[in-house]
Design a protein around this ligand. Structure first.
Ligand code: P6P
Length: 334
């Protein structure tokens, strides 16, 4: 049992002993993500000084090229992961193709694959709304000693060995799972240390918050329209409250604490939805299921979908189990 003063570093070491066949490499990987999160957190917080440091693409007061924050976040995470002799491949929303990471001895002995959305919701930065990083970790499936292939990245979410997110909000939190529950750590910026603030996080079985961009209502499938009207109907525990931040990680995080459902469905304008399967939906689905919630495409568990493309999109229904099940009932009818 962990006490609330446990640091992320201590937790990783404690957790490692309970993680089967871990030779400490997964711990090194989570530590790499922890480090990159601190660096990105510093840059995200500084971005508020945009009038002083300049917009992306401008020259800032140091006379340096001001990078777009999502480009910077991408570089920081990739650089930090590459420096560890444990990652053999990286895929990112910011990279068209996957990156093959050769070990220093060039014998391709590293065994972990990392897929990442380095800064999800980055358009919110300019309006000072929270953003997030999402990561997903697998073991490679092709033989050690060979360069990674696309097969290593197109694994179903069910095969993830770890997943998590960082939410850069009113406080910065790192929330992750290695398949043994979900734990949340809050950064103390004065010390640069993450502390266990939310042990064993779980979705309430149901809730009263629904998160969907109702501006797209006219384009939604009939089942989604009917579910939204169900949420708004004055009956029983309804009407529910509508909360939509426009940042997946923030909406997900609030719903996990308070109870709720997040929906990004397909529509006549987004025929497969907007969110990416590999580095947004699968990691959030792993966390959701580990937190006793649910994640589907409206019909099938997200983590049972066999990927076909690196950047493929899927419709996404995620949150309190009974709310997702109710939404799926409406999807099955129409
Ligand atoms: P829309 C951010 O761009 C994002 O990927 C998610 O974080 C967010 O929930 C969604 O897209 C917002 O998309 O179309 O409602 O603005």
């Amino acid at each position: 049992m962990f006490h609330k003063n446990t640091t992320l570093g201590e937790f990783i070491i404690e957790n490692q002993s309970s993680f089967p066949y871990s030779s400490g490499e997964l711990s090194k990987l989570i530590n790499a993500i922890r480090l990159a999160a601190k660096v990105v957190n510093h840059e995200v917080n500084k971005a508020g000084l945009v009038d002083i440091i300049g917009n992306a693409g401008d020259i800032n007061i140091q006379g340096e090229d001001q990078q777009k924050l999502d480009v910077l976040a991408n570089e920081k995470f990739i650089q930090t992961l590459k420096n560890r002799e444990i990652v053999c491949g990286i895929a990112s929303e910011e990279e068209d193709h996957f990156i093959s990471v050769n070990s220093s001895d060039n014998k391709h002995q590293n065994k972990y694959i990392v897929l990442i959305d380095p800064l999800d919701g980055s358009s919110n930065i300019d309006v000072n709304v929270s953003v997030g990083t999402i990561f997903s970790i697998y073991r490679r499936v092709t033989p050690l000693g060979t360069p990674v292939t696309m097969e290593d990245f197109l694994q179903p979410g069910r095969d993830q060995i770890a997943a998590g997110y960082i939410v850069y909000g009113t406080s910065t939190m790192l929330v992750y799972t290695t398949g043994d529950g979900v734990n949340g750590f809050t950064l103390n910026p004065a010390l640069g240390t993450f502390y266990l603030s939310h042990p064993n996080m779980e979705f309430p079985e149901t809730g009263k918050i629904y998160s969907v961009n109702e501006g797209n209502y006219v384009h939604f499938p009939q089942g989604v329209k009917d579910y939204i009207k169900y949420c708004q109907k004055e009956e029983g525990d309804r009407p529910y409250t509508s909360r939509y931040i426009g940042s997946l990680v923030s909406d997900f995080h609030r719903n996990m604490i308070k109870g709720g459902i997040y929906i990004y469905p397909k529509s006549s304008v987004a025929t497969e939805g907007k969110l990416r399967l590999l580095y947004e939906c699968n990691p959030m689905a792993f966390i959701a299921e580990q937190a006793k919630g649910k994640a589907s495409n409206g019909f099938k568990a997200i983590m049972d979908i066999v990927p076909t493309e690196l950047h493929q999109r899927v419709p996404f229904f995620c949150g309190s189990r009974r709310m997702v099940e109710k939404a799926e009932e409406f999807m099955k009818v129409k």
